[in-house]
Write a protein that binds this ligand. Structure first.
Ligand SMILES: Cc1ncc(COP(=O)(O)O)c(C=O)c1O
Length: 379
């Protein structure tokens, strides 16, 4: 064994995020066979709790895809966009662009409709695009992690449906941290992951697949193997995974979801995230020269984006503030790299992000903001 030591940093980035000690301990639960009855002991409650967190009703079935959030996004594109169809990817930041890149790199006829960083989807512009392009499928981001914008997914899906298209939703950085009501959302599929507001390690893409999506997937060709939602559903219906899962993560997921639903309570978890967003807003109001990046009403409950005073540089955020906080035991997020580089190049004020998702508590956040403030005041 080498004697390298790893720093026990508290992660205030936007995922992966802080993992509680009892969730880490759950990794020691016994290994099991994924086609054995021991699998059901874990997976039946996992699926039940995922549905409860999503407000999935009977219309949606969860499936776990070995991989991460982008695995479920790629499966949605491969399985739900037919060869002769067009997908419109609606982007308010880096992860909206990522959905477009996934579609384009899979050879789909794709167009990216982009909005300004920090702004939500402009529904009038989207409506004009739906009228002119007439896409069959439309993807958008529920919670844009690069900018901190959250959307009302019911409103966006309703507009997409009005023009006869199928909505695919990326909910990677919000699922498990905010109320969803997926059953009545209008989405055809909702893609998420384990390493954000569920406060687990990365390892699965989670796809909530509607009956409508499954039926359509049956008609789409060239889905590959691991991106074929029909194959995933065949196994998910039996509370299994298509491929060998990460059994350690399943054990932790079992423990964590039992804890969330039966100990913390779903409503309390959602309320805690809203409380933490409010804490950051209040904190920003109290420090001169700093502002919230996103307009009120569109601010994410799982991460906040803060605009720095004019003149603050990427180097100051990355080497100054971030490294000073590392000395204090924290991993700070100095802003989405490409976004801040672009903003610095055009002379705009830079941003940084505060991840407050998963199992971060208001006390932990309060302590972190105090330390962060000391460093920001040195700028
Ligand atoms: C909104 C959003 N979508 C997609 C992704 C990609 O997910 P993953 O890294 O789990 O593949 C991320 C990752 O940060 C994200 O925040």
């Amino acid at each position: 064994m080498s004697n390298t030591t790893f720093a026990p940093l508290k992660l205030f980035i936007t995922g992966p995020t802080y993992i509680r000690d009892d969730v880490k301990e759950a990794a020691k639960l016994p290994e099991f066979g994924h086609r054995d009855s021991e699998n059901d002991l874990r997976m039946v409650p996992i699926f039940k709790h995922l549905r409860a967190l999503a407000g999935a009703g009977d219309k949606f079935h969860p499936a776990l895809l070995l991989g991460s959030g982008s695995t479920s996004m790629e499966a949605s594109v491969r399985s739900l966009v037919a060869e002769d169809e067009t997908i419109l990817n609606v982007s308010v930041g880096a992860f909206g662009d990522m959905y477009y890149n996934i579609a384009a790199s899979n050879g789909k006829k794709a167009e990216n409709l982009k909005f300004d960083y920090g702004q939500p989807i402009d529904m009038n512009v989207l409506e004009d695009k739906l009228k002119s392009l007439k896409p069959n499928v439309v993807s958008f981001t529920h919670n844009e992690t690069s900018t901190g914008v959250v959307h009302d997914i019911k409103a966006v899906c309703a507009l997409i449906r009005q023009y006869g298209a199928m909505p695919l939703v990326d909910g990677v950085s919000i699922f498990g941290g905010a109320e969803l009501d997926l059953e009545n959302s209008g989405a055809a599929i909702y893609c998420t992951a384990t390493q954000k507001a569920l406060a687990l390690s990365a390892g699965f893409g989670v796809a909530f697949i509607s009956e409508e999506a499954e039926e359509k997937a049956k008609t789409v060709t060239n889905k590959g193997h691991h991106h074929d939602l029909v194959k995933h559903m065949d196994k998910a219906r039996k509370h299994q995974t298509l491929t060998t899962p990460n059994c350690t993560l399943i054990n932790q997921m079992y423990f964590q979801l039992e804890r969330i639903v039966n100990e913390e309570g779903i409503e309390n978890r959602f309320a805690r995230h809203i409380e933490m967003r409010g804490m950051v807003e209040k904190w920003v109001e109290g420090i001169d020269g700093f502002d919230m990046f996103v307009p009120e009403g569109y601010r994410s409950p799982t991460l906040s984006t803060v605009v720095c005073p004019e003149g603050v540089t990427v180097a100051q955020l990355k080497q100054g503030v971030k490294e000073a906080l590392r000395e204090e035991g924290y991993l700070m997020d100095p802003g989405y790299g490409k976004l801040n580089a672009a903003m610095e190049a055009e002379g705009s004020r830079l941003i940084f992000r505060v991840g407050h998702m998963g199992d971060i508590t208001p006390d932990m956040l309060g302590e972190y903001l105090g330390k962060l403030e000391v460093e920001l005041k040195k700028l």
